[in-house]
Design a protein around this ligand. Sequence first.
Ligand code: ASP
Ligand code: MG
Length: 406
Amino acid sequence: MGLIVQKFGGSSVANAERVFNVADIITKTYQEGNNVVVVVSAQGDTTDDLIEKAKEINPKASKREMDMLLTSGEQISASLLAMAIEKLGFPVVSLLGWQAGFQTSSAYGSARINNLVPDRIYKELDKRNIVIVTGFQGINKYRDMTTLGRGGSDTSAVAIAAVMHADRCQIFTDVEGVFTADPRKVPTARKLDVISYDEMLELASLGAQVLNNRSVEMAKKYNVELEVLSSLTRKPGTIVREVNEMEKLNVSGIAKDTNVAQFSIIGVPDRPGLAFRIFSKLGANDINVDIILQSIGRNGTKDISFTVASNNRAATSELLGDYIETLGASSIIYDENVAKVSVVGAGMESHPNIAAQVFEALYNANINIRMISTSEIKISVLIDQELADLAVRVLHDKFFSPDFTA
Ligand code: ASP
Ligand code: MG
């Protein structure tokens, strides 16, 4: 007998029919002789709807009350799912995050799991109950309910799988797994059988929103193997785990991120300490900088360009706008009409010619590159936003054509 953790996202339990579909998956797993712990998200768009409701009453509601409200979404789906399983004739119990043992930091809205003490879950499993746990929530030291941040149910599931040493952790969603590119944009994109944690993190932060980033980081830390699969088609999905040398693909996916803004500070005095001053100012204000490019100094000045997430665009302008004079730079310009396209692959490290092939494919499509950044497992280029889908397509054609060799 194994211990299986199954997590179902909001779309998988969106209505009564889907709830019964999920109940069927769970009870089949149970009938195979397994202990089953289920983590569930709020139905469909419930969390968004609750946020809207709060805004109608008080747009400045405290974070504590927001968490009091948002935790209710998962309470609804967990109890409804338990009722469906009862109806199918199986023993089941639903538990709120705190009952399941989730102890968190006090940061309402973005709490961290400090500890998970699953005594109650063990007790229920001993009685051969199917256990349904509300995702995305826990309790803090004040005994108040907290939430783990949007998409946090994945993390709840991984935490349970890690602490209880589950044999399998399945994340059910509405896509069949992790694809080589967005299948809605690239019809030839195909599902990957296996992907490494690091590649998954790159692809997730690049907009392939299949798994919540924190959950992948936690899975990596505790070596929890994940399977991402569809609750609707029930076909084998994508396994996320550590991959060995032999399994490493040179390119495993192409991702696009349009949530980027490019800044350039023009005429920065060409002497030590300027980059330090600029980026420490941004860092101190929690603004993450991604790609950085500095021109060579000429006539005593240089230009420094960098990118930030679009939602930090205004804060960055504000912080640096006034600072330009203090720095002795001449001006600052920004452009939001940009996108970052990234080629990700764990085997890239040992194949230095991948970069050249990226540039060749873009050149053949007449796409101009504004900035480049590389890491061991990724090559990113910043390009005009309207060319991003084309770039993804030509790169996908290049690296996933049957005759591609690195
Ligand atoms: N219901 C929460 C959200 O929509 C948590 C989750 O879905 O994982 O963010
Ligand atoms: Mg949700």
